[in-house]
Design a protein around this ligand. Structure first.
Ligand code: APR
Ligand code: ZN
Length: 359
């Protein structure tokens, strides 16, 4: 039996429960979590903005140590340190075949089947296939990324979502070049990781925008050269900071139609908006056909920062070792499983950076 934070139903409060984990079957691996980050997607899954099968153990940004492996597992052994991957690629679907494993057609399959149970036998679903809000989890072998040397296991949890997503958005999706201007809307764990990635790319200026004025100090620590409180004058203020042009690149890290539109409006003619946040299905974004043509801007979303974790986690580890990527700075609150609701509350009010459950 291990302790887990359970979401019994959409909209219900989290409950701390003991769950029964099976020994790993063929191709599966049992992992003892060292840490798990609290991401806005967990909040969105718990309140119904995103869909999840329940009862579910959420948490998809984790790192830990392999406890035991099932038959046929060849890439990891007990004792190995790993980061959990919430979008594991099957390697044989069309999109994997054309080199876009982050869009794998089978990557969400694990979250639709129960993986553990309550003592009364009720089956539990793993949030995004990972179920990191528990002392231990069982996942498929391809949902594990070996942790490279030199990255502390606890902060490595953040590689599993915020950092892979934020870094990838900048370097894989938008391909920001040195000297280009970058605008980041929304400064939670994901937006702050985008700021650090823009700093690594040599972008300038790096303009951070949030509704919450208290994010300014945090933003500057992560590489922002300028900070703006989001309001109706944001696009104008961004133009002023970019020689009258608008930003070369905007990154939407909130997950709302209104901020997608606001970010897009603050890019220059021909600029690019990369949507990183995940909004609701009824939250629309509108552009007139004429303005689409006139501004000739590009807009597109990325999933997991268009990252291939197998290739990209070693790159991130190199940046951690060199000091260019500061994982510790992203963590503003170290919490227990019981305190996840407080982390959701901080998120809803726009406070702090990442909250990290440390086991
Ligand atoms: N304008 C600007 N900033 C906003 C607005 C707005 N209208 N509304 C909220 N924000 C800010 C919040 O103040 C907060 O700083 O957006 C930030 C969101 O941060 P978190 O809640 O910590 O979210 P995070 O985990 O970083 O995820 C961001 O990416 O992966 C997706 O589902 C996730 O859509 C979410 C997004
Ligand atoms: Zn996430």
């Amino acid at each position: 039996m291990v302790r887990a934070a359970l979401l019994p139903a959409v909209g219900a409060p989290l409950e701390l429960v003991e769950i029964e984990l099976p020994e790993p079957g063929p191709g599966r691996v049992r992992v003892k979590l060292a840490a798990a980050g609290v991401c806005h997607s967990d909040l969105s899954l718990s309140n119904g903005v995103l869909r999840a099968k329940t009862p579910v153990v959420l948490g998809h940004e984790g790192a830990g140590t392999v406890v035991s492996v099932g038959e046929g597992v060849g890439t990891v052994r007990p004792g190995d340190q790993v980061v959990l991957n919430w979008a594991p690629a099957c390697g044989h679907c069309h999109l994997c075949g054309i080199g876009e494993p982050w869009l794998c057609e089978n990557s969400y399959a694990a979250s639709t089947e129960t993986y553990a149970a309550l003592p009364d036998g009720t089956g539990l679903y793993p949030g995004l296939g990972v179920a990191a809000f528990a002392e231990e989890t069982v996942v498929a072998e391809n949902a594990l990324i070996p942790l490279p040397q030199g990255v502390p296991l606890t902060s490595a949890a953040l590689l599993g979502c915020a950092v892979l997503t934020g870094y990838g958005a900048v370097h894989n999706a938008a391909r920001v070049r040195a000297g280009e201007s970058v605008l980041v809307y929304g400064l939670g764990g994901v937006g702050l990781a985008v700021l650090q990635a823009a700093r690594i790319a040599g972008a300038a200026p790096i303009i951070a925008v949030d509704v919450s004025p208290e994010k300014e100090e945090l933003a500057r620590r992560h590489g922002a050269t300028d900070f703006l409180v989001a309001d109706d004058g944001t696009a104008k203020a961004v133009r002023k900071l970019t020689g009258g042009q608008g930003a070369d690149h905007a990154f939407e890290c909130v997950g709302r139609g209104s901020t997608v539109r606001a970010a897009w409006s603050a890019t220059r003619r021909g600029g690019r908006t990369t949507v990183v946040g995940i909004g609701g299905k009824d939250d629309l974004v509108s552009f007139s056909a004429l303005e689409l043509f006139h501004f000739a801007r590009t807009i597109g979303a990325c999933v997991y920062g268009n990252s291939d974790p197998v290739k990209d986690v070693p790159v991130l580890a190199e940046h951690v070792r060199s000091g260019a990527l500061d994982l510790e700075a992203l963590i503003t609150d170290r919490i227990t499983l019981e305190q996840i609701p407080d982390a959701f509350e901080r998120m809803a009010r726009g406070r702090g950076g990442r909250s990290l459950v440390v086991f």
